[in-house]
Every structure is written in structure tokens, then in C-alpha cells.
Write a protein that binds this ligand. Structure first.
Ligand SMILES: Cc1cc2nc3c(=O)[nH]c(=O)nc-3n(C[C@H](O)[C@H](O)[C@H](O)COP(=O)(O)OP(=O)(O)OC[C@H]3O[C@@H](n4cnc5c(N)ncnc54)[C@H](O)[C@@H]3O)c2cc1C
Length: 584
């Protein structure tokens, strides 16, 4: 039986092992990895959590003060397109990539016959984001470009694929994706960049501007552009692989104009690029670019959700430690009743976000594994089409709220650059924007319903999951969840007949789906924990989530003084096991 964690042993959320201290991600990994993959991964994740909690976290603080610098021209006025990184950034990259964060999902790591599922890549991204969510952006894009090339690339791009999935840092190339143009980020169909075929080389040349380009100097970039006579809108877009340098070793024909002066995610250089005839290779079929890019975007959005949960994990850890160490009014902060409620609900939020995200990761991984085996993946695809935008939108919003409140828990210090909460909030603030804003994702859920029929798959999946819950301790919660599921079905049905009205309430729908699915996943985790180790901690967690999100707002707390937070503080905040006999 595990024991509770005493956070007063620590001074700050650094120089600790993020994997070992985070039993939420341990539970999720155990739940969503195939058993053989989990068995292989445990020691690796423990070692990775140690690395991120020490060297990577320390380096990240320095890099935040010494961000990358762009030199568009050299001393002689020649085009240079050179980004200069702090040496500690290079060290972080070498350490993280060489732990197989990308490679393990494409080629079997030592000790395995098959690659790891993508859920493993996402757990590693989660842990990395405890220390540096900015650096997680290139990691996510490198994984995404490799996925696209694995799926749609041809022989000419085989070397690029090998570089993206290389195990040695010296052979590795990173990925990037340039979609956004001045006139539209959400409205990708407004892209104006054009591609012209260059018969002399058998490749394409790109002309146009890209307005937000993260990891600007990546060797392996995917960009969308319009071929001659292509129709307007997304249907006319093709996907191109645009290397930083050509095979002769010369710079490609593009100008890195300037880097954006950003609020956060300082470790990743985001800039503006002008294509002036850049050599480019068509990926997949002409005019299929947007559909192919959607495959990458699914992974990027899941990565964003994993990073959001990682930021929440770090913010929560810093809060728990500070509340255990700091005294006010004669006692520790975490002994004050109101702070105990805060910490319980921050922890429940983090658990909810993480459970949802990794359930979505499980579905995504299962689809990719099936695809590689040449098997059918339709149900997973339809389910994933709704879970991923919901995960991305809701967890990003929660990360900002959690990072903001964690700053307040540190008091005045939290607002000061010397403390990591300053960076966590700055880094978190981009998560709702890039990879699709909350509005765009809410509309995407409607699209998945209308085009793919994802709502039917979602409702069937919920029913199947509910049918699996039969533990008597969960029967009241199951009843509430089943009733809410009926309401959700009715709401969806009425929206399907009213497209304009559906848009106006789509954000509310997205949030309802988050709550419904999260409650379902938490019920599953609670039952597993009860039956495997006779621990009712997750029952308490599920009850709190359902009370706050699925039941009508109650005034009972005024009469009972929110006894939940007091009774279950140790179990929710410090992971103390809970005897099922002690929960009514
Ligand atoms: C730090 C950073 C890094 C980035 N890196 C990259 C990158 O590497 N590659 C890349 O391609 N892009 C990148 N982006 C761009 C990012 O993806 C876009 O900024 C984002 O998708 C929003 O697009 P936009 O800025 O054009 O805003 P707009 O699309 O103009 O949106 C403005 C507002 O209008 C809302 N809106 C738009 N359409 C609708 C609608 N139909 N209904 C209701 N509301 C709507 C949006 O939700 C938003 O709130 C990056 C952005 C940032 C901040």
C-alpha cells in the first residue's frame, strides 16, 4: 500500500522527481498504456521524471532569461537565417530527444519488438511541460511531422523521416508547421502562399508569407500552399515539406524576417517567414494538404492538452509545497480551512484534466496502432474527432486558471520573476490560442458531429463504459452520470436541427462533453482502484468532481461547511489511501 506524500519535506517544486511525485500521471499511464508497454515504460519514466525535475528544470529557468536570437543577415549582409540558442537549450534538447521522446513511437526502443504507443510520447510531453512547455512545442511538432511523413511521405522524404525519428541528437532534425498567414490563422482556407512546379529540379517553389512560425529554423517544416488553378478555401491547399537547407547545403530560399517578442514560451523561437522561391517537396496528394494537416493537428492538440496538464501538475506541486511550508496567522497555510478547499479543488481539476486527456490519448494511440497494422479504425477515429478538440480547449483554459491561482498561493513572491509561477502563467497563456482557439475548437466539435456522426459514437461509447461500472460504492454517482448522459443526448438532438443556434451554444456543449466524459473516466479509474488494491481514494475524487460539475449547484455547503474538503484533504491532496469502509 502506498503512503501519503509529505510536501513539507520539499522547499520548492524543483530538484524532485516529477514522475514519482505525480501519482495522477502514474495512474493514467497504467490505465491507458497496453500492459506490456507500461511494464517497459515504468523505469524509463522514473528516470525521465528525475531528469526533468533536475537538469531540465534548472536549465529552463536560465533559458527563459536568455531566449533565442535571430540573425537574418551575417556581417557581410548575406542572408544567414541563423537562430542562436543558449548552450543550455542545446543541452536540454540533447538530453530529452536522446531519451526517445519522439523515436520510441516510431521504431522499437531497446528491449521491445514494437514502437511505443503515442500515449507514451504524450506522457513524456506532460512531464517535460512541468519544466519547459515552450520546449515541448518543438518536441510535439517533431513528432507530428514524423507522423505525417510516415503516413503520406514518399521515398524522397525517407531521409527526412529518419532524421525526425533519430535516436542520436547529432543526427536529429526537428519539425515545424507553418500554416498561419497575416489574413488568417483560424481561417486556414484564406492562405495565399503559392506553389509553382520547378520542372528543372522536379520539385516545387513556394512564394508567400507565413506570420507565426514556431521553431522557425527547424530543418523539417511542413507548410500549406496553393498550387496553380487550385480552388479557393481549404480544398485548394497542398502540403509541402520545406527544408531549412537544401541538399547542396545552401540555405533554402526564404527569409526569416524577425522573431515575435512573446509573453512566454521563450525557449521556442516564433517568427515570420517570407518564402522567396523556397524549394519544397509535395507531401501526399495535391490538394489533400488540409486533410493531411488535420492528422498532424490532432496530435498537436493532444500535445497541447498534455502540456496543459503538465503545467497544472507543476503549479499544483508548487502550491502544495508552499502551503505546507509557509505559516500565516500562527499555522501552516495548508491547515487553514479555506486553503484546504482550494488545494482539494485544484487537485480535482488537475486529475480531471489529466484523466480526460489521457483517455483521448488512448483512443488516438489505439487508432494509430490499428492503422499501422492495417486494421479498421473508424470508431476510434469518430470518437477521437470529438475528444481531441474538447481536451485541447478545456485543459488549456484550466491550465491558465490553475497557473494563475498558483501564483496567488505563493503570495507576492508568485508575481516575481524569481519564482517559477511567473513563467508558468506566461507559458500557459498561449495554450488556448495556438493549435486552435476555444471558439474554433467548439465549432470543430459541431463539424465532427455533422460530418462524421461522432455524437453517435460518443453516446454509444459512454453507454458501454457506464455498463461496465457495477461497484456498489459508485452506484449513486453512476445514476447521476446516466441521467446527465440522457440530457446530453437530448441537447445534441435539438442542436442538430438549428445550425446557427448550435454555433452560439457550441462552447457550452464542449464543456458539457468534457464534464460527461471526465465523470465517466473517473468512475472507471475509481472502480479499477477499488477492485485492484481496495483503495477508495478515486471514489472520493469522483464524488467531488460530480458534485461540482454534474449536479445542480447546491447550497448544502452553507449548512455542512464543505466537510468534504476537510474529511478528504489527505486523500485528495496527499494521495493518502482511503479504506472503502470509511466512505459512505
Ligand atoms: C506564440 C505563438 C506561436 C504560434 N506558432 C504557430 C506556428 O508554429 N504555426 C502556425 O501555423 N501558427 C502558429 N501560431 C498562430 C496561431 O495558431 C493562431 O494565432 C491562432 O490559430 C489564431 O489565429 P489568428 O491569430 O489569425 O486569429 P483569428 O483567426 O483572427 O481569430 C481571432 C479571434 O476570432 C475568433 N474567431 C475566429 N473565427 C471565428 C468564428 N468562426 N466564430 C467565432 N469566433 C471566431 C477566434 O476564436 C479568436 O478569438 C502561433 C501563435 C502564437 C501566439
Amino acid at each position: 500500500m502506498t503512503t501519503n506524500i509529505d510536501y513539507s519535506e520539499f522547499e520548492a517544486g524543483r530538484h524532485v522527481n516529477y514522475w514519482r511525485l505525480d501519482r495522477t500521471i502514474q495512474r493514467e499511464a497504467a490505465s491507458v498504456y497496453p500492459p506490456d508497454a507500461y511494464e517497459w515504460a515504468v523505469d524509463h519514466l522514473d528516470e525521465f521524471g528525475e531528469l526533468i525535475g533536475h537538469t531540465i528544470a534548472d536549465n529552463a529557468d536560465v533559458i527563459d532569461q536568455h531566449g533565442p536570437e535571430l540573425f537574418t543577415y551575417d556581417a557581410h549582409g548575406e542572408l544567414y537565417n541563423h537562430v542562436e540558442y543558449h548552450p543550455l537549450q542545446i543541452e536540454n534538447e540533447r538530453l530529452v530527444y536522446e531519451r526517445g521522446i519522439v523515436a520510441d513511437c516510431f521504431t522499437p526502443p531497446a528491449g521491445r519488438d514494437e514502437p511505443m504507443p503515442f500515449s507514451h510520447n504524450l506522457v513524456m510531453q506532460y512531464l517535460l511541460s512541468y519544466a519547459d512547455p515552450g520546449f515541448d512545442c518543438p518536441v510535439a511538432m517533431t513528432t507530428g511531422v514524423a507522423l505525417v511523413l510516415e503516413r503520406f511521405g514518399d521515398d524522397r522524404l525517407a531521409e527526412a523521416f529518419e532524421g525526425l525519428t533519430a535516436r542520436s541528437y547529432d543526427e536529429l532534425i526537428e519539425g515545424a508547421m507553418f500554416l498561419t498567414e497575416k489574413q488568417g490563422g483560424s481561417d486556414v482556407g484564406a492562405n495565399e502562399t503559392v506553389a509553382r512546379f520547378d520542372a528543372a529540379t522536379g520539385t516545387w517553389r513556394l512564394y508567400g508569407e507565413k506570420w507565426f512560425c514556431s521553431n522557425i529554423d527547424a530543418e523539417g517544416t511542413l507548410a500549406l500552399a496553393r498550387t496553380p488553378d487550385a480552388p479557393e478555401g481549404t480544398d485548394g491547399l497542398s502540403m509541402f515539406y520545406v527544408p531549412h537547407t537544401t541538399e547542396t547545403g545552401d540555405l533554402n530560399q526564404q527569409i526569416y524576417r524577425r522573431l515575435k517578442d512573446k509573453l512566454g514560451t521563450i525557449s521556442v523561437p516564433t517568427g515570420e517567414v517570407e518564402f522567396t522561391g523556397a524549394k519544397a517537396y509535395l507531401v501526399g496528394e495535391e490538394a489533400e494538404g488540409f486533410k493531411q494537416m488535420a492528422e498532424m493537428l490532432n496530435l498537436e492538440r493532444l500535445s497541447n492538452a498534455a502540456a496543459s496538464c503538465g503545467i497544472m501538475g507543476r503549479a499544483l506541486l508548487e502550491s502544495k509545497i508552499h502551503a505546507a511550508d509557509r505559516e500565516a496567522f500562527g499555522r501552516r497555510l495548508d491547515q487553514h480551512p479555506l486553503m484546504r478547499v482550494d488545494l482539494v479543488d485544484m487537485a480535482v481539476d488537475h486529475e480531471a484534466a489529466t484523466s480526460f486527456t489521457f483517455e483521448a490519448a488512448r483512443v488516438f494511440s489505439s487508432r494509430e496502432t490499428a492503422r499501422r497494422r492495417g486494421e479498421s479504425d473508424d470508431d476510434d477515429y469518430r470518437l477521437m474527432r470529438v475528444l481531441i478538440p474538447v481536451a485541447k480547449a478545456r485543459t488549456a483554459r484550466m491550465a491558465v486558471a490553475t497557473a494563475s491561482y498558483a501564483m496567488e498561493i505563493q503570495g507576492g513572491n508568485g508575481y516575481v520573476r524569481d519564482f517559477v509561477t511567473h513563467r508558468l502563467l506566461r507559458d500557459a497563456q498561449v495554450l488556448p490560442i495556438w493549435e486552435g482557439t476555444e471558439n474554433i475548437l467548439s465549432l470543430d466539435v459541431l463539424r465532427a458531429f455533422n460530418r462524421e456522426g461522432s455524437h453517435r459514437t460518443l453516446l454509444d461509447w459512454l453507454d458501454e463504459r457506464h455498463d461496465e461500472i457495477d461497484h456498489p460504492l459508485l452506484s449513486d454517482e453512476l445514476e447521476v452520470v446516466r441521467t446527465t448522459r440522457e440530457q446530453l443526448e437530448a441537447h445534441i438532438a435539438s442542436l442538430m436541427d438549428d445550425p446557427a443556434g448550435a454555433q452560439r451554444v457550441s462552447k457550452r456543449l464542449l464543456n458539457d462533453i468534457f464534464e460527461m466524459v471526465t465523470a465517466t473516466v473517473l468512475l472507471d479509474r475509481a472502480q479499477t482502484r477499488l477492485t485492484s488494491v481496495n483503495d477508495a481514494r478515486e471514489v472520493a475524487l469522483t464524488r467531488r468532481f460530480i458534485d461540482r460539475h454534474l449536479k445542480p449547484e447546491s447550497t448544502d455547503v452553507y449548512t455542512d461547511g464543505d466537510q468534504f474538503a476537510e474529511t478528504y484533504f489527505d486523500t485528495i491532496v496527499r494521495f493518502a489511501p482511503l479504506d472503502p469502509a470509511e466512505i459512505g
